[in-house]
Design a protein around this ligand. Structure first.
Ligand SMILES: Cc1ncc(COP(=O)(O)O)c(C=O)c1O
Length: 384
């Protein structure tokens, strides 16, 4: 079996991540801030703080990577909902792009029905956003927020986030970044970019367990966001109102503690390997895949045709074939991919692959070139 669906979630996970989850469940297992000072209680608090410190450092958090400015969530969908629904109000305007995942578009469409205005910057046919188009849009009307993904989950195109961030800084418009596809592959520094919120998910290239994610906040922005969920925080228990203090403000209810233990260990794994090494390996595998794919007749690749400016997330169709049937045939031969629309109808419309979608193949850090050879052979067989 070859797993080529790492854009959905990475697999396998590093062994240390699995061991950390297991160790927490076997030997730890206490709740956080909801016990006494037993060793197990302290162990849980240490793991959470440790992971918060590592997340803040990993993403270049504000105020010398203050861990208090990290919020844990269940995934980036929750992170984006916390930010968008907590900040945008009737009469406000938000600018986004034509390449967004429904994790951005669905909260925005729901907010639109409550009176929030949405502006959209269109990408070109490779799925690339041009910074001058963002500049033009921001100059044409007053926007209260910009939200965009760092890279497409459909065709892997990486957006010019540095240029967009500079434009947002010049105009003092808060920028929120969806790093679902890039966190753990491309180095990011939230405070250098001046991001108001960097949203991340733990289970993709960060190599953590499913059910983990978070937000790296700029303090002044976090102060202007209302919490989406309120409830017990294990702190300020004399109050029936939500604490204003971070990180409690956005973290009501028992967190995914086994998941955070795994994510904590995943940060160590990433730091040990180094993002440059990880990025280079993924680029090399991606280039190998692209060259092999080009040799198959009738392939229509969406997005950029070499590895410059993209991730190894490949969407393509084969002339005259249904991508769902191809994915089914491939899976019967042991190759896991993802067909269809990838929760991103707008991106597929931009790329000209709506409504049929595309077959998405996404090798990961652990993918071997021999698996790519196997996949190409299997694709030829299914096409026959
Ligand atoms: C660009 C992008 N944003 C958001 C998401 C949603 O991620 P999650 O399901 O972890 O919330 C994904 C997942 O595929 C994605 O690729």
């Amino acid at each position: 079996m070859s797993y080529l669906n790492n854009a959905a979630t990475t697999w396998p996970k590093p062994e240390c991540v699995v061991n950390a989850v297991r160790d927490f469940m076997l030997n730890g297992g206490a709740n956080s801030s909801r016990g006494s000072n037993s060793q197990r209680d302290m162990k849980t608090m240490n793991i959470m703080l440790d992971c918060r410190i590592k997340a803040a450092e990993f993403f270049g958090g504000y105020d010398d990577a203050d861990p208090i400015l990290v919020t844990f969530t269940a995934n980036i969908t929750e992170s984006l909902n916390v930010v968008l629904r907590g900040y945008l109000r009737k009469g406000m305007s938000v600018l986004t792009t034509s390449m967004e995942h429904n994790a951005v578009m669905r909260p925005l469409r729901a907010l639109e029905s409550e009176g929030v205005n949405i502006g959209i910057v269109s990408a070109d046919s490779n799925g690339l956003i041009h910074a001058e188009d963002v500049k033009r849009k921001l100059a044409s009307a007053k926007y209260d927020l910009v939200v965009m993904s760092h890279a497409s989950n459909v065709c892997g195109t990486v957006q010019p986030v540095e240029e967009v961030a500079e434009i947002c800084r010049e105009r003092s418009v808060p920028l929120v970044l969806d790093t679902a596809q890039t966190a753990g592959v491309i180095q990011l520094n939230a405070s250098e970019l001046g991001l108001s919120a960097l949203c991340f998910t733990g289970h993709k290239s960060l190599m953590g367990p499913q059910g983990t994610g978070g937000i790296i906040w700029k303090r002044e922005f976090a102060e202007r966001v209302e919490p989406l969920i309120t409830g017990g925080t294990g702190s300020y228990s004399h109050l029936e109102t939500q604490p204003e203090e971070m990180p409690d403000k956005f973290e009501s209810g028992t967190p995914n503690l086994p998941g955070i233990a795994g994510l904590n260990s995943a940060f160590d794994w990433l730091n040990d390997k180094g993002l440059e090494v990880i990025g280079e390996r993924e680029k090399k595998t991606g280039q190998y895949f692209l060259e092999a794919l080009k040799k198959i007749d009738g392939v229509l690749l969406s997005g950029l045709s070499d590895m410059r400016g993209r991730l190894p997330v490949f969407a393509f169709n084969v002339e005259g074939k249904d991508n769902g049937i191809l994915a089914d045939g491939l899976s019967r031969l042991g190759f896991e991919t993802r067909p269809g629309l990838h929760c991103s109808p707008a991106a597929h419309k931009t790329l000209g692959t709506f409504p049929q979608g595309a077959l998405r193949v996404s090798p990961g850090y652990f993918t071997e070139e021999s698996e790519i050879d196997g996949f190409i052979g299997a694709l030829r067989e299914v096409l026959r």
